[in-house]
Ligand binder design. Sequence first.
Ligand SMILES: [Zn+2]
Length: 90
Amino acid sequence: MPITEVTILRRCGHCRHEFGEMTVKKDNMRLMVSELVWCEPCGAETPEIREIAGRLSSVESERASYPGNPPVLDVSAAEYRRLRERASGA
Ligand SMILES: [Zn+2]
């Protein structure tokens, strides 16, 4: 039976903060969106990017390396801090 629905992750195009996920019919899948979304960490409206959830295996394995396997929100915060540290050259 073919897969007709895919899970899409909505993220900030700047800091990759996760806005949430949604399930769409494969036929209606739009990965390119032009709307701006309010991003809390950025404190600005940023272009939204979308990813197919099944392709995030690298993130999943990274997530598993965190002590205590924290919930998604904590991981996003840690990820955000890391990105900021990287951006500031630390
Ligand atoms: Zn952001």
